[in-house]
Design a protein around this ligand. Sequence first.
Ligand code: NDP
Ligand code: HEM
Length: 490
Amino acid sequence: MTDQRPITTTDAGAPVASDEHSLTVGAGGPNLLQDTYLLEKLAHFVRERVPDRVYHVKGGGAFGYFEVTQDVTPWTKAAFLNKVGKRTPVLARLSTVAGEEGYADTDRDVRGFAVKFYTEEGNYDMVGNNTPVFFVRDPMKFPDFIHSQERMPDSGLRSNNAQWDFWTLSPESAHQVTVLMSDRGTPRTWRHMNGYSSDTYMWQNAAGERFWVKYHFKTEQGIQNMTDAEAKAMRAEDLDFHRRDLRDSILRREHPAWRVEMQIMPVADAAGYRFNPFDITKVWPHRDYPTIPIGRMVLNRNPENFFAEIVQAAFDVANMVPGIGPSPDRMVLGRMFAYGDSNRYRTGPNYAQLPVNRPLNEAHNYNKDGPMRYHHNGNQAVYAPNSYGGPAGDPRRFADPSWTVEGAEIMRAAYEAHPEDDDFIQPGRLYRDVMTPADRDHLVTNIAAHLGTDVERFIQERAVRDYWAKVDPDLGARVAEQIGLAAMSR
Ligand code: NDP
Ligand code: HEM
């Protein structure tokens, strides 16, 4: 057994004498500077961490495939979607949002749902969440939103007060906070939740026709949630419950699967729609745009090395392929900057060359050098245009996806108003028409537990008067009663 082991080497491959004893002057003497193997070992050790993602830090993931189950060529020319039965390898990373690496998986939070499709025309990243909407609709407010969820500068503690202060001063958050405070804010496992693009993207077919689309990944395991009490109990039992569950289910060969369904809106519908379809705080009602099943995602392989393949996985909203593009959804446009920037910061400018991030096809362009550059194209010309056969773009085949903006002035303003751009209509429908009586009871107690703890009275009053009572008067009254604001309760 021992004889078959490889010899330890330095990173440069030279064999070393021992992994147990450092080099000393006699058995009791001092260590020597010439013990470069020890120096290399310690120096590498102190550099083991890379900066965390700025949020969505705690996560897990697995590899698998996506299979096309319906002809979608009327809507997109994306090569990986061009044939029923076609399979594309994927990596999915599921995560919590607010907590750090050691945080409890089951705490109330939105869950990230990021999927990297390794397609023949480059990587396509669908970076969504387990909720169909989001807290804010303009990227300008995003860092402020995240700051309100994080630890406070003075105490180092997370603050319910800050969260409710931000939410109640940002009424567009009401829909997302309703979902977050429902039992969908505590999914039983990552396998038992849906994924949504939430944002709106563009699909474009071979004839150049454009469509606005939203992605829905519907769990085949069925939606299952924990109650607030179950989630809190699991915090004490297993901080890594979701990460462990995904890994164990794949080890048991119970491969989690999701049906992928699309909502597809012809471009011409958008301007006259009763609310702004690019506003991420709204869903497109199913009766207007029913979901169309297009494929199936299966996760069937655990990472071999968590750091190399999950921590260093770099998802980027800007990774799109021909046939898929952005939309006038401001959040998408803001996100198209932030992810690549974060990845360059975390893992360096050549992060896309890491095995987990590199595309199946060869990348060819004029980016050069930088730390940890691995891939190169020999002596290919390093400037364009050139006379030496370097790569060239093709504006005819790969024109940037686009849309028309007419006669508009540059300004800072809210989205143009549509008749039903109201922040409270959709969460009100969710509360009244979709939730069961038990869902509503849990929503009330979950809100009361959170809003009732360490939140200043004037913010509690605002949350009842200007937020929950506007979602639904009955909901406002029930929350008021449970947090002891008797005068506001009916
Ligand atoms: P529908 O009655 O057609 O759709 C309601 C949808 O809500 C369901 O299909 C299901 O979608 C989801 N849902 C079911 N139970 C719950 C729950 N307890 N908490 C949260 N979501 C639940 O109506 P509309 O399409 O007009 O939507 C009405 C409301 O439903 C929306 O305002 C929104 O809050 C919510 N919703 C709508 C979605 C959409 O894309 N239209 C998606 C998810 C929620 P799913 O299978 O995707 O979970
Ligand atoms: C991660 C920015 C909105 C889902 C991240 C990261 C950044 C970022 C910088 C870390 C990326 C990394 O280092 O790997 C932003 C900005 C937003 C925004 C600026 C708004 C303008 C959203 C929305 C969603 C979302 C609306 C969901 C629909 C995610 C997910 C991750 C993530 C799932 C984790 C990806 C992974 O698993 O690596 N975001 N984000 N974000 N974001 Fe956002």
